[in-house]
Design a binder for this molecule. Sequence first.
Ligand code: IPM
Ligand code: MG
Length: 356
Amino acid sequence: MKTYRIACIPGDGIGKEVVPAGQEVLEALAQSGSGFRFEFTSFGWGGDWYRAHGKMMPDDGLDALRGMDAILFGSAGDPHIPDHVTLWGLRLKICQGFDQYANVRPTRILPGIDAPLKRCGPKDLDWVIVRENSEGEYAGVGGRAHQGHPIEVATDVSMMTRAGVERIMRFAFKLAQSRPRKQLTVVTKSNAQRHAMVMWDEIALAVSQEFPDVKWDKELVDACTARMVNRPASLDTLVATNLHADILSDLAAALAGSLGIAPTGNIDPERRYPSMFEPIHGSAFDIMGQGLANPVGTFWSCVMLLEHLGEQEAARRLMQAVEEVTADPKLHTRDLGGSAKTAEVTAAVRHRLLNR
Ligand code: IPM
Ligand code: MG
């Protein structure tokens, strides 16, 4: 029987609750006759590791992950460690180390979820945001000089390469082409940022020639926020820079009802390295350790993980079980206005997978 080797990195905060929940539902899928099994290996990296070892993960940590089929990640963030240290020391180290250049963020209003937009039915909001995940504003280029003096200077340089923009555009056009509406919106800011974003637009136009069946348009990022609220049905697949997509995807998640539901995949489309799947909600220290976390973002991330492994039928079964559970308000966690605990939601999804 096919065995998939999955690395689990719970990280910090509620990551330690939702990743084990994800493992439980994946285990239930495997047990219910899917024709494959999982071998999970957990890595205790993150804030606690930092306190013990002075770094978020071991120097040779990537080597331990290299042979895995996929990575399930929880969150990185600790109230006692600066955010840029936790981010660069763990999550970005993996994303950039494994060149997971496409970050994919689907958003839909799941059954039973009360979403904030009036006049917007569930069918009007069905988006996938493709986030450039390897350069741009997150390239790490910049520096500080004259530190602590009145003339101190600091820069964060957004760096875009032709190769980097071309590959993310090609990925986004291909993804748009695979969806029923075959429609892509290229998010830009080339009115104000007159170098890299102009190149971004030019490359979008060039790559679009390879995809004559994909309808595409360009939208300025600020106008895009208004369009997401006012005309959600006019959007389908979007591609945006690292930072623009970071911001748009939080808006998307909130418009779909809760940050607790939203999934993401950090993908290496060339499959040279394992890809990494995670809920987008972060470590949520205010509710950690209380069993209140919504595991649905992790379950949906597991659906993306299964799709990446080519297990389409198992992915469909898991998504269906998740949607049946969200449809029942008694199984809503606190972020959705309910009082269900992480364990109850997990048990309900497991039950549907095992008894069918
Ligand atoms: C996300 C998150 C991260 C990001 C944070 C935790 C640094 O917000 O995945 O969207 O900005 O990349
Ligand atoms: Mg974000």
